[in-house]
Design a protein around this ligand. Sequence first.
Ligand code: ATP
Ligand code: MG
Length: 164
Amino acid sequence: PVDLNAVVREVAQDLFPRALEKGIDLGVEGAGRPLQVDGNLVLLREMIKNLVDNAIKYTPRGGSVTARTRLAGAPILEVEDSGIGIPEADRERVFERFYRVLGSGADGSGLGLPIVREIADLHRASVTLNPNLAGGGTMARVVFPRGQHQPAPPALQSTYFPLG
Ligand code: ATP
Ligand code: MG
């Protein structure tokens, strides 16, 4: 099993300089003690990195980003930002490869969220973008399977990370 909270802290630390540079208040909530999920450390790190990267990238200077974990029957990860938001009409399409919302501004390839969804799928987790936070912004929510004895996620092989 992987300690989701350790991964969240690690990613937040990695991306902290970028947040600082943009004057964004990057915080972690609820990650004080271990929260175990079945899965692959490298892939989960990649997933969380993509979500926090987006949150920082699409939040204007001076905003805030929170990466939160909690256990509500199932382990849940939420990455919330006070940024530009995602129009409702685009909220499913942004999971398509290369799809980017017109006018989002920042550079990107449109591959982050498709990767996030694929990694979530491999862990039998759902990922959704939750609309209409008060004051705009975006919240990405990943819900992992409940319970400690889920089947191991399939297909975590070297097709994703060729070893040379
Ligand atoms: P890449 O991640 O490949 O560098 P990207 O960030 O453009 O490029 P995705 O992460 O797949 O690609 O995101 C797709 C699009 O969804 C983005 O271009 C942006 O328009 C929108 N988006 C994603 N996350 C957010 C967010 N937190 N707030 C606002 N818009 C977002
Ligand atoms: Mg991205």
